[in-house]
Unconditional design. Structure first.
Lengths: 646, 201
C-alpha cells in the first residue's frame, strides 16, 4: 500500500515530481534502496521512464501493477492535482491495448498490463499492432501463472512474442523487472515495436530490494502524424510484414549487445553449460552453488529474439547443455535448432530428455534433483519430512455473507436437478465447492453465456448461466446478443456486486468512479441487457431468497432468452462501508433450544461462519459472521436470530 | 547454507501473514541485509491457507529447498503441520496455539486433529515453541496485532541477522501513529513469551 502524507502546492511543471514524492514508491531519491513487490517495481520502472498512459484489465498475478498506478492517480485526484500520467481500468484487455496503442501512435510512452490469458483477449490487436509498429515506447506486460495459482490455464506467453514478432524481456528479480521496464521503453522506441515484458507469478508476487533511479518527466500530450501505412488494408499489410522482419533483425542485434544477456560462472567451469531465463535463474544459481557445480550459466533476459551469435558461441564451448525454463521448451527447441544448424557436437538435456517437466512451477528442489541426476553429485537436501497426521484442506471459499451464496441457494430451489450451470471467471467460480455446487463448466471470461446458447440447442436440459458484472462488460455482452438474435432458451444471470471483487475491488463500467478516482458514467447492467433486446429481465435482491427464487422460476418458465440481474454489493465492501460509517455489524446466533440440527444452514446453504461443536451442536462464529442475515431465511425452524446487543 | 536465513510464514487468509512477511523484508533492507520475499495472492485468499517465504543474507531465490527452514512461523496450528516439509531437526517452529477450523471440517467431512496431537507431531520433527499469540494480542489491545506478536516471538528466537529493535522500528514506522503503542506492546509480549518458553526447555 501507499501512504501519502505530504501536501503539495505548486505549478504543474513541478507537480509530477511533488506528487511522486508522496510515497516511498514515488519519491525521487536516486540511489536509495527500498523493498518492492515485483509488480510495484514494474510501475516504478515506468515512472522512471516518464510514463504517459497506462491501461489494464485487472487479473492476478498482474493486478498490483495497475493498482499502484491507480493509487497514485486517485491520491492526486483527491488533492485536485495531476498525477503526470493518464491511467485507465479498460473494459477488457483488447480495449486496454488499443487505448495505449493510440497513445503510442501520438508519440507518448504507454504501458498495458494483463494476466497471461488477457493477452488471448488482446491477441487480435497484438498481432497486427506488430505489423504497424509503435512510435512512443510501449511496454506490454504479460503476467503468466505457472501452476495456475489463480488461473484457468498455465499457457506460456513467450510464444506470443515469437508468434507476433515482439521483442521480449524476462526479468528474474524485482530489481531487474524495474530496469527492464525502464529500458523496455527505449528498446521499443529504438525498434518501433511494442515490447513484451513476460513475467511469472513468482516474480510478480516476490519482494526484493530496488535501487531507485531518477524519475523522468512525462510528455503529457502527443501529436498524431498521419501515415497511410497505419491503415492495414491487404496491400499495406503485405508491405508491413517484411518491415516487421527487418525490425526483428535489428532487435537481434540489440539482443547480442543487451546487458540482460550474460554468462555467469560458478566454480571452475569447463565444457558444461546451463541456459536459463526468468525466476528459474535464481534457483539455478543457488542450487549450482549449493551442489558445488562447475558450470557456466547463460542467463537470457532478452529471450526474443535470442542473441544467435552469443548462443552459438556458448553452444560450441560446451559438450553438454542443460536447459532450465518453466513451462514450454521455448528456448530448448530454439537451442536444438541452433545446434543442428551449426552442426554442434553437444548433448542437450532438458524437457525432452525427461529431466524437467512442462508442468507447473519449478522449485529449488526440482532444480537440485535434476542437477543431482545429470551431474552425478549428491543432492544435499533431505527428502521432505512427512506428517503422520493429515491436515484438513483449507481451500478459498465464498466469504460469509457473500450475496452470491444467496443467489445460488435460490437458483437451486427454483431449478430442476439436471439444470446445467455454465459459470465464469470471478469469486463466484467458488460456487463449484460443496455444498453449493452451482458451477458445471468454465472456459474463460464471458464463456458462460456463449456456452449457454450452445447447450440450449444440444440438449433439452434447462440452462442457468452465471457471470459477474465486470465479466459482463468485459466479454459477456456479445453472447447475450447472440442469445437474443437466435432466440436461445436460456437464463443468463449477472451477479451484480458493483465491483471487480476477486482481483481486489477495482472499478468497472458499472461503478460511478474510474481508476483515477474521477466521476465516471455508471452503466446499468439491466439497461445494456434491455438494449441488447432481452425481453424478459428479472432484477432481484439475492438477500431476499424467496423473491429471488420466484424470479428465477419466472425466468426459467419464459420461452426464450431471459436475464436475471442479481444485485447486491460485495459483502467485503459493505462491511468496509459500515465500519467507516461507524454502523454496527449485526451478528447472528443460533438458539440451541429451537435448533433441530437439520444442518440446512451448513449442509445446503454452506455459510463459512457456521461450525459444529464437538457435541454436534451448530454455532455461528461471531468473528466470521458479516451480518447478512440470510441464514434466518434459510433455517426451517426459525432458530437463527440477530444477537441481542449486550 | 552459510549466511542464509530462511523463514516460512503460514496462516489463514486475513491473519496478516503477508503483512508480516513484508515487514520482515523491509527490516532486512533497513538492516542492509540481502532479502527476497515470496507470497501468494488472488484466489489463494478468501479464507484459504496462506504461505510466504522470507530469505535473508547471501540468497538469490525467494524460495528455499524443503527441509531447510530456520524458522517456521505459523499463525495457526494446522497450518504449521501443512508446511512441515520445510523443517529439519534444527528448525524452530513457533506457532500460535489457537485453531481456526476450516470449513471443510463442517461440510467436507474432514478432521481437524487434536491440537495436542499436532504439537506432538511437530515436536517429533523440529524444535516446537507454541504460544498463545491471540491472548497476548488481546492483552496488548487488539486481536489484529497477532502478527506483530508472532514477529516479536521470531525476533526473540535469535535467528534474525539483525537486532530485534530493527524489526520493531520497521513495524512502528509502518503503522499509523495511534496504533504504535499497542503494536509495541504486542511485539514485546511476543518476545517475552518465546524467551519464557526457550528458558523452560
Amino acid at each position: 500500500m501507499l501512504f501519502f502524507s505530504t501536501t503539495c502546492k505548486g505549478n504543474r511543471a513541478s507537480f509530477t515530481k511533488m506528487v511522486l514524492m508522496m510515497s516511498e514508491l514515488t519519491e525521487e531519491n536516486p540511489g536509495k534502496q527500498i523493498l518492492l513487490l515485483g509488480n510495484e517495481a514494474i510501475t516504478r520502472g515506468a515512472l522512471e521512464a516518464g510514463i504517459d498512459v497506462a491501461t489494464t484489465y485487472p487479473g492476478t498475478p498482474s493486478s498490483e501493477i495497475a493498482d499502484t498506478f491507480s493509487a497514485i492517480a486517485r491520491e492526486a485526484t483527491r488533492q485536485n492535482k495531476d498525477p503526470g500520467f493518464y491511467f485507465q481500468y479498460s473494459v477488457n484487455e483488447k480495449v486496454a491495448l488499443e487505448v495505449a496503442a493510440a497513445a503510442s501512435f501520438c508519440g507518448l510512452r504507454a504501458l498495458t498490463c494483463m494476466k497471461h490469458v488477457g493477452l488471448n483477449v488482446a491477441a487480435d490487436t497484438f498481432m497486427t499492432y506488430m505489423y504497424v509498429g509503435c512510435r512512443g515506447g510501449h511496454v506490454i506486460v504479460s503476467a503468466d501463472d505457472p501452476y495456475c495459482h489463480s488461473s484457468q490455464n498455465e499457457q506460456d506467453n513467450r510464444y506470443y512474442a515469437l508468434f507476433g514478432g515482439a521483442p521480449m524481456l524476462e526479468p528474474t528479480t524485482p530489481q531487474e523487472a524495474k530496469e527492464m521496464t525502464r529500458l523496455g521503453f527505449e528498446i521499443s522506441e529504438q525498434l518501433s515495436l511494442p515490447l513484451l515484458l513476460r513475467t511469472t507469478t513468482r516474480l510478480n508476487h516476490a519482494r526484493g530490494p530496488i535501487t531507485l533511479q531518477k524519475l523522468q518527466p512525462p510528455r503529457k500530450k502527443g501529436y498524431f502524424k498521419k501515415d497511410p501505412l497505419l491503415v492495414t488494408v491487404p496491400a499495406t499489410a503485405r508491405a508491413k510484414h517484411p518491415m516487421l522482419l527487418k525490425h526483428l533483425e535489428e532487435a537481434e542485434k540489440l539482443s547480442e549487445k543487451s546487458p540482460f544477456n550474460e554468462v555467469i560462472t560458478i566454480g571452475k567451469p569447463q565444457d558444461v553449460g546451463i541456459v536459463t531465463s526468468g525466476v528459474s535463474f535464481t534457483y539455478v544459481k543457488e542450487m549450482a552453488e549449493e551442489l558445488h557445480l562447475n558450470v557456466k550459466i547463460l542467463k537470457l533476459g532478452m529471450t526474443h529474439p535470442i542473441p544467435r551469435a552469443m548462443c552459438e558461441k556458448f553452444i560450441t564451448s560446451c559438450s553438454s547443455l542443460l536447459m532450465v525454463e518453466e513451462l514450454e521448451p521455448f528456448l530448448e527447441n530454439q537451442f536444438k535448432q541452433l545446434a543442428f544448424d551449426i552442426g554442434a557436437d553437444v548433448k542437450i538435456y532438458g524437457k525432452s530428455s525427461g529431466h524437467f517437466s512442462r508442468l507447473y512451477e519449478y522449485t529449488p528442489d526440482i532444480v537440485a534433483e535434476a542437477f543431482s541426476t545429470i551431474f552425478k553429485v549428491k543432492n544435499p537436501f533431505p527428502a521432505p519430512v512427512q506428517s503422520t497426521l493429515k491436515a484438513p484442506r483449507r481451500p478459498p471459499s465464498l466469504c460469509a455473507g457473500c450475496p452470491h451464496r444467496a443467489t445460488y441457494y435460490a437458483v437451486k430451489k427454483a431449478a430442476s436437478k439436471d439444470t446445467i450451470y455454465p459459470t465464469d471467471i470471478g469469486c463466484y467460480t467458488l460456487g463449484k465447492e460443496p455444498p453449493i455446487e452451482v458451477a458445471d463448466v468454465l472456459l474463460c471470461m464471458g464463456s458462460n453465456a456463449g456456452m449457454a446458447c450452445g447447450f440450449s440447442i444440444a440438449t433439452d436440459q434447462k440452462i442457468v448461466s452465471f457471470m459477474g458484472d465486470s465479466t459482463f462488460f468485459h466479454a459477456g455482452i456479445p453472447p447475450v446478443i447472440n442469445a437474443v438474435h437466435h432466440h436461445h432458451d436460456v437464463v443468463i444471470t449477472i451477479l451484480d456486486n458493483r465491483t471487480t471483487a476477486m482481483t481486489g475491488h477495482q472499478p468497472h463500467p458499472g461503478t460511478p468512479t474510474d481508476g483515477m478516482g474521477k466521476p465516471a458514467k455508471l452503466i446499468k447492467v439491466e439497461d445494456v441487457v434491455k438494449g441488447c433486446g432481452i425481453e424478459h429481465i428479472e432484477i432481484v435482491n439475492p438477500n431476499n431468497i424467496k423473491e429471488t427464487t420466484a424470479g428465477f422460476k419466472r425466468a426459467l418458465d419464459f420461452k426464450g432468452p431471459a436475464v436475471v440481474v442479481s444485485k447486491s454489493p460485495c459483502i467485503l465492501l459493505e462491511v468496509q462501508r459500515k465500519r467507516k460509517a461507524k454502523e454496527d455489524i449485526q451478528v447472528y446466533q443460533i438458539n440451541q433450544e429451537t435448533c433441530k440440527r437439520c444442518k440446512t444452514c451448513i449442509g445446503k446453504f454452506g455459510c463459512t461462519a457456521f461450525y459444529f461443536a464437538e457435541d454436534g451442536s451448530v454455532h455461528i462464529d461471531p468473528a466470521q459472521c458479516n451480518g447478512c442475515g440470510n441464514c434466518v431465511q434459510v433455517c426451517p425452524f426459525g432458530a437463527i436470530a440477530a444477537e441481542e446487543s449486550p | 547454507m552459510k549466511n542464509k536465513t530462511s523463514i516460512v510464514l503460514t496462516g489463514v487468509g486475513g491473519q496478516g501473514v503477508i503483512t508480516a512477511a513484508n515487514l520482515l523484508g523491509k527490516a532486512a533492507v533497513n538492516a542492509k541485509v540481502g532479502v527476497f520475499v515470496s507470497e501468494i495472492h488472488g484466489m489463494a485468499q478468501r479464507g484459504g491457507a496462506v504461505v510466504c517465504t522470507v530469505r535473508m543474507g547471501d540468497v538469490s531465490s525467494p524460495l528455499m529447498p524443503s527441509g531447510t527452514a530456520d524458522v517456521l512461523l505459523s499463525m495457526e496450528p494446522v497450518e504449521a503441520l501443512r508446511h512441515i516439509c520445510y523443517v529439519n531437526k534444527k528448525t524452530i517452529i513457533i506457532t500460535d496455539k489457537n485453531p481456526i477450523i476450516p470449513f471443510t471440517v463442517a461440510v467436507g467431512g474432514e478432521q481437524y486433529p487434536k491440537v495436542e496431537d499436532i504439537f506432538k507431531e511437530l515436536s517429533s520433527h523440529a524444535k516446537l515453541h507454541p504460544l498463545d499469540a491471540l491472548h497476548i494480542a488481546k492483552d496488548a489491545g487488539a486481536i489484529i496485532t497477532k502478527n506483530t506478536v508472532m514477529l516479536g516471538a521470531l525476533a526473540a528466537s535469535g535467528i534474525l541477522p539483525f537486532n530485534p529493535e530493527v524489526l520493531l522500528e520497521t513495524i512502528l514506522d509502518d503503522v499509523p501513529e495511534k496504533y504504535r503503542e499497542i503494536n509495541k506492546k504486542a511485539f514485546e509480549g511476543g518476545m517475552k513469551a518465546i524467551k519464557k518458553v526457550i528458558r523452560t526447555h
